[in-house]
Design a protein around this ligand. Structure first.
Ligand code: FES
Ligand SMILES: [Fe+2]
Length: 428
């Protein structure tokens, strides 16, 4: 037999079984990240969409929950399984003071107290032992937030300087402008960290959203960003990442030559606050040096699903559309595309969903354009370490505090303080 002169390298044969980083991705009760995430408040529904008409079922951090608003207007979050014999409270009825199970009529209030056991003598002499597990909720910025962690570690619900106060004529928007969506939001079929990391991966804008699939960001060249914003060759020199008080931020510098011809230097900024909060500038109708108006949350449903929530502060009726429909694929929204079009013009959904239900971290090859992702993962690791060591993780405060500074937008580089996140003062 003749020996080959060269042997192939890098083939797929004999590789070790791939694996994901469970410490960063898995969120069920008792897992390291699950416990860390349970030290923060998370949006669970939009306030406007949560009416007293019917309960909604959802899934957060691997737990099946029902969210409802009782007839007195109080939002409630309880386990989906009835404390009696396990029927789903999704089939229950919302009443003035609580939710009533369909099976035997037990009624629970927003804190899980059993108010009535209709088949029992005197409507239940031992109602007190039938507590429906519940979680505390608070409403702010047009969203209902839930806290699912240890009661003695419950933090104050954070406030953000870009979302308050409302200026004249403004209101909060927290529902996608599409009919028929539940107030609990749309579920995406992959791990939350894949979307969360995308928020500090601006390189994908310079490739996926422009070079690979054609220009997908609406407003480019007219009201939006100029062509050179998407130039992959300029990317390495113009991007920078930094740690901030509450997480991370990236700044991407580019020259805007459209108006002056001389090259006005602008900076595109997005910021991420632990564990899952981020900003997104108006990239469709660029107004340099404007106050940010949009905060978003990536909320894990379980290990392989997540939902995105947002609060938008605006008086401009078109702003919600620019955010919700600002990225088109071949001129279409994702649900309008054929499989062939999705292959030809992939966008965020295709790129992130195809990483897998949970991406395989053992198979990654990280490079310099992943510096932000690495920075974020390190912070998340520290967050998990802190909780395991009995410390409060970054950004957790038990006292009501001033609104936090969170930056996001497009700013003139010459502006000394690119931080108009707070409302302008009215002092003379
Ligand atoms: S299972 Fe809910 S009342 Fe019996
Ligand atoms: Fe994207």
């Amino acid at each position: 037999m003749t020996e080959p002169s060269t042997v192939d390298t890098g083939t797929g044969y004999g590789r070790k079984a791939p694996s994901h980083n469970a410490r960063l991705t898995e969120v069920g009760p008792g897992t390291p990240m699950g416990e860390a995430m349970r030290r923060y408040w998370h949006p669970i529904a939009s306030s406007a969409g949560l009416t007293s008409d019917a309960p909604h079922r959802t899934r957060v951090l691997g737990e099946n929950l029902v969210v409802f608003r009782d007839g007195q207007g109080r939002p409630g979050v309880v386990f989906e399984r009835c404390a009696h014999r396990g029927s789903s409270l999704f089939y229950g009825r919302v009443e003035e003071d609580g939710i009533r199970c369909c099976y035997h009529g037990w009624k629970f209030d927003v804190q899980g107290h059993c108010l009535e056991q209709v088949l029992e003598p005197d409507k239940g002499l031992r109602r007190d032992v039938a507590r429906q597990p519940w979680y505390p909720v608070e409403e702010r910025y047009g969203l209902v937030f839930v806290y699912m962690g240890p009661p003695d570690r419950k933090p104050a619900l954070p406030r953000y300087d870009c979302l308050e106060p409302l200026e004249d004529g403004e209101q909060y928007y927290a529902d996608m402008p599409a009919p028929g969506l539940p107030p609990t939001g749309l579920v995406a079929d992959f791990n939350w960290l894949q979307l969360w990391e995308n928020t500090i991966d601006p390189g994908h804008v310079a490739w996926l959203h422009s070079q690979h699939s054609g220009q997908q960001m609406q407003g480019v060249g007219t009201t939006g960003t100029p062509d050179n914003f998407y130039d992959p060759d300029l990317f390495p020199a113009n991007i920078s990442y930094a740690k901030t008080e509450y997480g991370t931020r990236y700044e991407y510098r580019y020259l805007d030559k459209r108006e002056t011809g001389t090259g006005n230097e602008l900076v595109y900024i997005m910021e991420q606050h632990l564990p899952n909060v981020f900003t997104l500038p108006d990239f469709v109708k660029v107004t340099p040096d404007a106050r940010p108006d949009l905060v978003l949350w990536v909320v894990p449903s379980d290990d392989t699903h997540h939902r995105m929530f947002f609060s938008l502060r605006t008086s401009d009726p078109d702003r919600l559309g620019r955010f919700a429909f600002g990225i088109l694929q071949n001129g279409k929204m994702p649900w309008e595309m054929t499989e062939q079009e999705r292959q030809q013009f992939p966008g965020d959904g295709e790129a992130q969903e195809s990483q897998g239900p949970i991406t395989l971290h053992s198979e990654e090859t990280l490079a310099t354009s992943d510096r932000g992702v690495v920075m974020l993962r390190r912070l998340l690791n520290t967050m998990v370490d802190d909780v395991e060591a009995g410390r409060d993780p970054l950004g957790v405060s038990r006292v009501d505090e001033q609104p936090r500074h969170i930056q996001g937008g497009i700013f003139t580089a010459a502006t000394a303080d690119r931080a108009p996140a707070a409302a302008p003062t009215t002092e003379a």
